[in-house]
Design a protein around this ligand. Sequence first.
Ligand SMILES: Cc1cc2nc3c(=O)[nH]c(=O)nc-3n(C[C@H](O)[C@H](O)[C@H](O)COP(=O)(O)OP(=O)(O)OC[C@H]3O[C@@H](n4cnc5c(N)ncnc54)[C@H](O)[C@@H]3O)c2cc1C
Ligand SMILES: *[C@@H]1O[C@H](CO)[C@@H](O)[C@H](O)[C@H]1NC(C)=O
Ligand SMILES: *[C@@H]1O[C@H](CO)[C@@H](O)[C@H](O)[C@H]1NC(C)=O
Ligand SMILES: *[C@@H]1O[C@H](CO)[C@@H](O)[C@H](O)[C@H]1NC(C)=O
Ligand SMILES: *[C@@H]1O[C@H](CO)[C@@H](O)[C@H](O)[C@H]1NC(C)=O
Ligand SMILES: *[C@@H]1O[C@H](CO)[C@@H](O)[C@H](O)[C@H]1NC(C)=O
Ligand SMILES: *[C@@H]1O[C@H](CO)[C@@H](O)[C@H](O)[C@H]1NC(C)=O
Length: 629
Amino acid sequence: MYIHKFYLPVLSLFLYAGKGEGLTASQFCSHGFDYIIVGGGTAGLVVANRLSANPLIKVGVIEAGANGLDDPIIYTPGFVGKAVGTSYDWAFSTTPQSELEDRELYWARGKALGGSSAINFYVWMRGNKQDYDAWSNLGNTGWDFNSMVPYFKKPEHFWPPTAAESNEFNLWFNAADHGMSGPINTSYSVTYGGTHQYWQQTLNNLHLPNRTTFGGSNWGVWTGLTSVNPDNRTRSYSASQYYRPYAGRPNLFVLCNAMVRNVTLETIGGQLTATGVHFTYGGEDYHVSVNEEVIVSAGTVQSPGILELSGIGNPTVLAAAGIPLKLSNVNVGEHLQDRIMSVLAYEIDDSVSNQDPLNTPEGLAAAQAEYDTDHTGLLTVLPVDFAYVPLKYYLTKNNVTYLRSLVTGTDARTQNIKSKLNWDINLGSMEFVLDPNLLFPAVPNPDPTKKYALVYQMLQYPFSTGNIHIPAAPSGGKTTSSDTPVIDPKYYQGDGIVDQYTMAAGQVFADKIAREGPMSSIIVKRVVPPEPAPGQKDNWFENLKNSTVSDWHPIGTCAMGGSAGASGGVVDARLRVYGVKGLRVVDASIMPIQISSHLQGTVYAIAEKGAAMIIEDYVARHHHHHHKD
Ligand SMILES: Cc1cc2nc3c(=O)[nH]c(=O)nc-3n(C[C@H](O)[C@H](O)[C@H](O)COP(=O)(O)OP(=O)(O)OC[C@H]3O[C@@H](n4cnc5c(N)ncnc54)[C@H](O)[C@@H]3O)c2cc1C
Ligand SMILES: *[C@@H]1O[C@H](CO)[C@@H](O)[C@H](O)[C@H]1NC(C)=O
Ligand SMILES: *[C@@H]1O[C@H](CO)[C@@H](O)[C@H](O)[C@H]1NC(C)=O
Ligand SMILES: *[C@@H]1O[C@H](CO)[C@@H](O)[C@H](O)[C@H]1NC(C)=O
Ligand SMILES: *[C@@H]1O[C@H](CO)[C@@H](O)[C@H](O)[C@H]1NC(C)=O
Ligand SMILES: *[C@@H]1O[C@H](CO)[C@@H](O)[C@H](O)[C@H]1NC(C)=O
Ligand SMILES: *[C@@H]1O[C@H](CO)[C@@H](O)[C@H](O)[C@H]1NC(C)=O
């Protein structure tokens, strides 16, 4: 009983990856799927893999982007950042931000098999115990740190460095904190940029201790672990590890270059139920039905939109978009918390950067040849110099007391974030990263004869809270998933003023890093922002209005509601959309509160935990009832 409302056989040149390579979208639809996954991104492919491990479960994945598995721009570490702005990037922008001089900030998002894990910057890490315990304290049972540890480890296959590498490059780790048999390879680099040797000592001189960071506390200074396969120094991500080796499973079907429009919701036995999805492929509309569940894994930007386009959300948003309301939930698209970043740029000593060869065609060709043959050299270098710094390093106790007094929000989330605005606790509230390779073109009109390094600074526990919704349709029209989402993070607005003060204080610390030895020995001068004129002072607070950018770690738009239930969020602790049968969200959007960490390790854990719960529920259902077919 599979309905093909829009069944249109097409002689198409579009191919789909995986089983049955070469078949068309209509043939994809001819399969009776148990589960359809919307978005073959970081989380989506994890869920697809775990579900299809059971040969009785037929899984279909619909991904808007292309398969970039064999594209060097995606798999080569030394090309980090280069896929941003290409066809593998949705290239979104925010609305004009009133506290940022009305600037519209660029938001990269992966549009490829593997999603953002295909274009991200390879950082592999984990948040603090308090970060996940905060989710659990909101009433999301099972999401505390200790309960999450098995799911942090499950995706990971850690490759420990040799003792010689550990000594030479300051690699500190505790193998017991890592997974040893999961799909994603994690490893330390064996080739480093020219500034790496100065980083740890400089931060030690600023009183930051050396730390191992996967045990539930990540503050301090350390060398970053990366999601890189140490055998051939290639990106290890959801497409290469959770999908490619399993593409031949007869019950797993992945359709790339296909855009989901919405989820079909029908009332069955008085219960709103997900029964399939509408999607477009090669300009044609298709419908595919589903026996068990639809899993929405379209990411923080697009997952709330999929719900809205299906009739679930804020009635005002849906009315403006011309979408008939099926279920009201004003939390859909709300509680957005992004991470903000500011970058200082320095001219550095001519002798330091070892990346220069990459700037000439001959140098690049030589590096490419070395990489292709030996998997070594400059094309394996990544930014890995990290410090996560507690408040007391850059604010006084009085400063923090004052900032706490500015917080007006009384809701549980805000109160939780306020509990981390505590001068006495050792939580990395601010991240600093040194990058000698100009990942971002942060220096206006760079002098080609000079060398530069950047100090990135990222706020970990923002108060700024915004939203993402589908746009309004022209009168009489109807919004579709091709219409660009309206992203309004409300940076520095409301209680977000605290973020601006905290960032300003952090900028002073960032500048201190460059002025502390031994780092100071290679710094010529600051170029962004320019050094103040004699007798003048930096105005860090004002400067943030035109220097703040996004670090692209948005969460919260389909948040778990905890003990408040549907009045506090979108999904329950088993990631089921409140009020709908057979519909879940599994991706970064379910995180209710921001964590102090880059997100991918946590997104993989969410997906592993989500998949385990989906399977648990499947088994429970089929234990009691015979399968419908
Ligand atoms: C440039 C960049 C660098 C980053 N660097 C790091 C880093 O170094 N370390 C780290 O830990 N984290 C990093 N992150 C963050 C991390 O990669 C993401 O948080 C994480 O990958 C998000 O996973 P997800 O499953 O929620 O969404 P995604 O992986 O983005 O997956 C969503 C998928 O859904 C697809 N999709 C969306 N709408 C539709 C539709 N209508 N129909 C079909 N498909 C659809 C998208 O194309 C995408 O493939 C970075 C992010 C970016 C963008
Ligand atoms: C990379 O991960 C895969 C999947 O677990 C594993 O088979 C392989 O041995 C790993 N490689 C290394 C070098 O750790
Ligand atoms: C940090 O590690 C370095 C290199 O191993 C060592 O020289 C230094 O003493 C350590 N610093 C502290 C504060 O432990
Ligand atoms: C790297 O190795 C993995 C297996 O370990 C393989 O699947 C992949 O194709 C290799 N990539 C390149 C570019 O050689
Ligand atoms: C879902 O998408 C299909 C195809 O674009 C469309 O016909 C249908 O009206 C949409 N459903 C809703 C609820 O808007
Ligand atoms: C912190 O306190 C110092 C000293 O009183 C003051 O100059 C500074 O402006 C304060 N900063 C913040 C962010 O409140
Ligand atoms: C950014 O703001 C600072 C402080 O207001 C100002 O001095 C600087 O010129 C501004 N830079 C740009 C590029 O607008």
